[in-house]
Design a protein around this ligand. Structure first.
Ligand code: I3P
Length: 126
């Protein structure tokens, strides 16, 4: 069905653990360093928390702010070239941040890919 709704920016659309590697910051390449991250997707952004199931609590700790990814104008694509791992996709933000996300569980990474792609497609391009 094609029901068009205005997404509430505060509603968590999806959350869970994924393997994450940030490979560029503002267009500058970074050394790849995979780590498990608790990922929270809302309409306009993703947040990466350090391995906590309780983002609210993690957020209270000083110096433990989640990394925030603005999805407006972002790109998402599968990549088999940027990692030896299977099931890897890349998110590239307008600001030139690049993230690889991965899970060995096929349905899980597929769900994430489609949820993020849907969020991006609903948003204005900038
Ligand atoms: C990297 C590390 C990564 C690996 C990367 C290595 O080494 O092993 O896990 O990426 O491969 O360079 P280091 O820890 O010394 O930086 P994948 O697991 O995604 O393959 P790469 O250089 O081919 O990207």
């Amino acid at each position: 069905t094609d029901i068009i709704t205005t997404p509430d920016p505060t509603v968590v659309e999806k959350e869970g653990y994924l393997l994450k590697a940030k490979i560029a910051d503002g267009g500058k390449k970074l050394r790849k360093n995979w780590s498990t991250s608790w990922v929270v997707l809302t309409a306009r952004k993703m947040e990466f928390y350090k391995e906590s199931k309780q983002p609210a609590l993690a957020n209270l700790k000083p110096g433990h702010k989640p990394e925030c990814v603005d999805l407006c104008g972002a790109r998402i694509e599968w990549t088999s070239e940027k990692s030896s791992r299977k099931n890897v996709f890349q998110i590239t933000t307008v600001s030139g941040n690049e993230f690889l996300l991965q899970s060995d569980i096929d349905f899980l990474i597929l769900d994430w890919f489609h949820a993020i792609k849907n969020a991006i497609d609903r948003l204005p391009k900038e």
